[in-house]
Design a protein around this ligand. Structure first.
Ligand SMILES: *Cc1c(COP(=O)(O)O)cnc(C)c1O
Ligand code: SF4
Length: 464
């Protein structure tokens, strides 16, 4: 263990290990039998391949109530599991929404340990108290909004939230302040993202030629109608100063049926990509796979089709404890993604999001994992591990802290492009800190003193 400061080293990293399943040649997803959903989900015994391939069927049959889960899975899952889900939803009120595709990838005989279940369905038994610093909109996205749904924080790039719905709701979503209104169909969704509001965004971009790069996000852009996807893309293509933009969608992982050959949404994006290419404008898709089991047949088919049409797809992963915090899992994930021609981009160290402390890892874990992942394959095929620094510092290389004390669980980062004098942070979960340090975190005075000391050791003044 090399994360060691002032003679102190992290007490225990023995839990980080190469996953014994590492080295499997095929993703579990691609080894699934034909029409696997008929076997994994008892209630879908007669769902045809055509139905399952339909994104409309997927949207219509998304699970939004715990009772639906019981109806679908029945006694395949242990009875205590359903009580655990009910308790999880009672204590961490959140909308659940999971597509049949995702449901079909869960091992329902052991859902408690399943890495797919863990990302979308909370359990009472895994709730941990929030970190005492977990109070704000930790990334301050709202503070930097320059037009409704447009955040312009960095010199040449901006984040455009064009709709507020997703085909699934992730427990760990950092935008839980905005995401989560309920919906039943692709059609209904586009009501929320209104061209009227977007026009204000385009106006800002026209007036601010320094913005060359636009992240078109949400919500999930695959829920935009093909027409509206085209409308946004054409509007951006018509702004000469915009040189690059990306459509952010987790859909490829959670509702790949939206992207299968014949998809009108993919047609819109492909047309835009081709038009952009003529004009020297770089348009691509950013997606979000977290576990090798998500590399499933329809996802592979959709990704290959995008590749064959020349659409570049990059992946962003969220590091989550009990989901992908094993080196072997991360290596497999990126190996399998590169086989379906999806390029790795980021692994995000989990943000401080209320209600999901159980999913966070320490920074030391992330750093150790990065060392195991780097070198497993080509450098360009290796993700960068980043921390979206607490306080609005933006994404920092996880290794790039000014100071890190893993015994106190405080890392201090500098972000010169945001504010050269202000310290930004990552706070490790309290779970593996000593009892003495835990007590210190839970008292305001000692908490503030610890942070103050860390800032000084980072060689920074306190400039809040
Ligand atoms: C993440 C983000 C971007 C894009 O950042 P990249 O590092 O280029 O992927 C742009 N704006 C905001 C506000 C962001 O949070
Ligand atoms: S798909 Fe993205 S925006 Fe939607 S809930 Fe998940 S993390 Fe949040």
């Amino acid at each position: 263990m090399t994360v060691c400061f002032e003679g102190l080293s992290l007490e225990d990293t023995s839990h980080i290990r190469i996953d014994p399943t590492h080295g499997s040649d095929r993703p579990r997803g691609l080894a699934l039998p034909a029409q696997w959903w008929r076997e994994t989900v008892p209630a879908w015994g007669s769902v045809s391949a055509e139905q399952f391939r339909s994104h409309r069927w997927q949207m219509r049959n998304a699970v939004t109530q715990p009772e639906q889960l019981r109806e679908l899975v029945g006694d395949r899952a242990p009875a205590e599991f359903y009580d655990d889900v009910a308790e999880g939803l009672r204590r961490a009120p959140m909308n659940i929404r999971v597509t049949p595709h995702v449901i079909s990838l869960v091992d329902w005989q052991n859902p408690t340990d399943d890495p797919i279940r863990r990302q979308f369905i909370p359990l009472g038994s895994e709730i941990e108290p929030d970190h005492p610093m977990c109070t704000l909109d930790a990334l301050h996205e709202q503070d930097d909004a320059v037009a409704p749904g447009l955040t312009h924080r960095y010199p040449d790039k901006a984040l455009f939230l064009c709709l507020d719905v997703c085909p699934v709701y992730c427990r760990f979503c950092t935008r839980s302040y905005a995401i989560g209104s309920d919906t039943d169909s692709v059609e209904k969704v586009s009501v929320r993202g209104t061209p009227r509001r977007w026009e204000q965004v385009f106006e800002y971009l026209r007036a601010h030629p320094e913005v060359e790069d636009v992240v078109v996000s949400g919500g999930d852009t695959c829920l935009l109608s093909p027409e509206r996807t085209r409308l946004i893309g054409e509007a951006l293509l018509d702004i000469p100063s915009v040189r690059r933009f990306r459509f952010a969608t987790k859909g490829l992982a959670v509702i790949p049926q939206r992207f299968l050959p014949g998809s009108e949404w993919v047609q819109s994006v492909t047309d835009l990509v081709e038009k952009g290419r003529q004009r020297g404008v770089d348009i691509c898709i950013h997606t979000h796979f977290n576990h090798p089991n998500e590399v499933a047949p329809h996802a592979a088919e959709a990704a290959l089709a995008l590749f064959q049409r020349g659409v570049v797809v990059r992946n962003q992963t969220v590091l989550q404890r009990g989901v992908n915090d094993h080196a072997g899992t991360l290596v497999d994930l990126h190996r399998f993604l590169s086989r379906i021609n999806v390029h790795p981009y980021y692994v995000y160290v989990h943000d401080m999001v209320p209600g999901v402390e159980t999913l966070r890892t320490s920074l030391a874990d992330a750093i150790e994992l990065e060392k195991d992942v780097r070198g497993a394959t080509a450098g360009y095929n290796t993700p960068m591990f980043v921390v979206d620094a607490y306080g609005g510092g933006g994404k920092r290389d996880a290794h790039g802290f000014e100071h890190y004390d893993s015994d106190l669980g405080i890392a201090v980062y500098r972000a010169p492009t945001v504010d050269p004098d202000r310290p930004f942070f990552y706070f490790d979960p309290l779970r593996r800190l000593s009892d003495r340090v835990k007590r210190a975190w839970n008292r305001t005075a000692t908490r503030e003193a610890m942070i103050q000391t860390a800032v000084e050791r980072a060689g920074m003044g306190w400039a809040s």
